[in-house]
Design a protein around this ligand. Structure first.
Ligand code: ZN
Length: 73
């Protein structure tokens, strides 16, 4: 599991999921590069799979340079 820099701060997978979801996930997998660019600023997008609850698995996306994020919900 590798940490990444998001908006100038080093984040773990758990912290990245928290930034996307707005609250801490029960569990988060490793951070990976998403094969897409940010629609807001064109920056690099990273992705993380996480579980906001025991019954839900969500793939979240977050730009490394701005506030943009989304999920596959
Ligand atoms: Zn962006």
């Amino acid at each position: 599991m590798s940490n990444r820099v998001v908006q100038g701060r080093m984040v773990t997978a758990e912290r990245l999921a928290e930034l996307i979801e707005g609250e801490s996930p029960m569990e988060a997998d490793g951070i990976e590069d998403a094969d897409r660019d940010c629609p807001e600023c064109g920056g690099d997008v990273i992705t993380v799979d996480y579980m906001p609850s025991v019954t839900e698995l969500v793939t979240g996306y977050k730009c490394q340079d701005c506030d943009w994020s989304t999920t596959d919900r």
